[in-house]
Design a protein around this ligand. Structure first.
Ligand SMILES: Cc1cc2nc3c(=O)[nH]c(=O)nc-3n(C[C@H](O)[C@H](O)[C@H](O)COP(=O)(O)OP(=O)(O)OC[C@H]3O[C@@H](n4cnc5c(N)ncnc54)[C@H](O)[C@@H]3O)c2cc1C
Length: 452
């Protein structure tokens, strides 16, 4: 047994430190589906356990990788260089819900959906809802600054994080931000840690903002005859004064894949869906539904489905939320990008993506949070096509940057996109990144090999 593993065993005890195949194997991959084995997996139960582990890692110069639920799409939780993997599955307590302050304090391993359901009992609302929310953790969501359907109206994870407790690689505990809604004291280190993909510090406690839960919801699904009308429909919705909480898109292939996956048959003649959710009081919802009913004509729409019953709404959302699962069943190699572009460029970029897919003869499926300009672009390649993937993705990213978009709207960079990061970030900005990393982690032990 390596010295540092023995030190971890001696300090934390064998209940929290695991080296057997069962543990090491199950913590060696995430949703990117690459595999890197850690030497040891630890299961802290409190901040002090993380402090002890990082002190040992620093002393022995061993890499440390934090992990939530491993649903990350870009390899962020992969222990690229082995070493210690910290699983937060036992730091999964909601420590406090403060109704008066409309805040909560949670440990990083809390599953996002469980948290959303718990605060609802108090009439409160935590909006960030990545499609993975039934499994992903708040810690992972903070580290990736996750988005989700509702972020169109309510903003992404960072808009609900007031403060953090985090452990630096040398074992120092820092607290950023606080419990107040407003706070402009010093640099905003909370926002710096949010989205840092576990490369700057290990988050051990999270203070979230909550808002009052909207009284009612209504979900509309628009089945368009033409894909072009669906994409143009996004700006039609917004420029007509509608403000849905979610505005999602699925193309024909995405619809077909998910229906097949669920053992259902989709309606014919539908080339794309827009899924919109409205929330607020009944009057607010009804007035928006009246507008949307008059917005598209029969030649554009094959289907107009409106649901307010929770089960019916859930059925519509199940179709959207199951896409990632459905497309992951493919025998082909999937490259899943989550580019985001200014909404005015959606038609141009969507057309370009299909042309690109066609020119490389790769199956292409598009879906995503289109209200945010965020398009999940899935290319499916055969083994023979893999040598061209860099060229293909390079062309996609060049186009995205050319129209003022970004490489990733929510999945982060991890290892999947790090070779392309300089398409977006200038040498000076990358140098600032390196200097910041150096302040937090001068020996590059914390989640090394990620982002840049
Ligand atoms: C089916 C499916 C649907 C998805 N839908 C969405 C979506 O709608 N929106 C979206 O944004 N993402 C989506 N994702 C991606 C993924 O779920 C998110 O990135 C999520 O935030 C990852 O959370 P996790 O708990 O699984 O984190 P992990 O995958 O375990 O880790 C992600 C990153 O966070 C770091 N990390 C984890 N915990 C900590 C901690 N305590 N301290 C410091 N760093 C930490 C890890 O090192 C890693 O870099 C989806 C994924 C799947 C599989």
């Amino acid at each position: 047994m390596k010295d540092y593993v023995k030190a971890l065993m001696d300090t934390l005890g064998n209940k929290k430190v695991k080296i057997t195949r069962e543990y090491v194997e199950t913590h060696s991959f995430d949703a990117m589906r690459k595999k890197y084995l850690p030497e040891v997996v630890i299961f802290p139960e409190k901040t002090e356990d993380v402090v002890k582990a990082t002190k040992i890692a620093s002393k022995h110069k061993v890499p440390v990788t934090p992990r939530g639920a491993g649903t990350g799409m870009t390899g962020g939780a992969l222990p690229l260089k082995g070493g210690i993997l910290i699983s937060f599955s036992k730091m999964n307590k909601i420590l406090k819900i403060n109704v008066e302050d409309t805040t909560a304090i949670v440990q990083p391993g809390v599953v996002t959906y469980d948290f959303i359901k718990e605060v609802e009992k108090y009439g409160l609302f935590y909006p960030p809802d990545p499609a993975s929310y039934r499994t992903s953790t708040i810690g992972g969501n903070v580290a990736e600054n996750a988005g989700g359907p509702r972020c169109f109206k309510y903003g992404v994870t960072k808009n609900y994080i007031l403060g953090l407790e985090a452990v630096m690689i040398d074992g120092t505990v820092i607290k950023t931000g606080g419990k107040t809604i407003k706070n402009v004291v010093g640099y905003n280190l909370t926002d710096l840690l949010i989205g840092s993909e576990g490369t700057l510090a290990i988050i051990t406690e999270i203070i979230t903002k909550l808002i009052p839960k909207p009284q009612k919801r209504g979900v509309v699904r628009l089945g368009f005859r033409s894909l072009g009308d669906a994409v143009k429909g996004v700006n039609k919705v917004i420029t007509n004064g509608l403000f849905p909480s979610a505005l999602e898109f699925m193309d024909k292939s995405a619809i077909e894949e998910v229906y097949r996956f669920l053992g259902l048959t989709p309606k014919e003649n539908i080339s794309a869906y827009l899924i919109l959710e409205f929330d607020g009081n009944k009057k607010e919802i009804d007035s928006q539904i009246d507008v949307i009913k008059g917005l598209f004509n029969e030649s554009e729409l094959e289907e107009f489905l409106y649901a307010t019953d929770p089960e019916e709404m859930d059925k519509i959302w199940q179709i959207r939320r199951n896409i990632a699962g459905a497309v992951s069943k493919s025998d082909l190699l999937k490259y899943n990008e989550d580019i985001a572009v200014p909404r005015g460029k959606l038609t141009e970029v969507v057309d370009y993506i299909y042309e690109l897919g066609e020119s490389y003869k790769v199956k292409t499926i598009l879906f995503g949070h289109i209200g945010d300009g965020n398009i999940h672009t899935n290319f499916f390649l055969t083994e023979e096509q893999v040598p061209f993937v860099e060229e293909l993705l390079g062309k996609l990213f060049r186009k995205v940057i050319e129209v003022g978009g970004v490489l990733s709207g929510e999945h982060g960079i991890g290892i999947a996109k790090k070779d392309f990061i300089d398409y977006q970030l200038s040498p000076k900005i990358l140098q600032i990144h390196r200097e910041i990393k150096n302040i937090f982690d001068p020996e590059n032990l914390l989640n090394p090999g990620k982002v840049f």
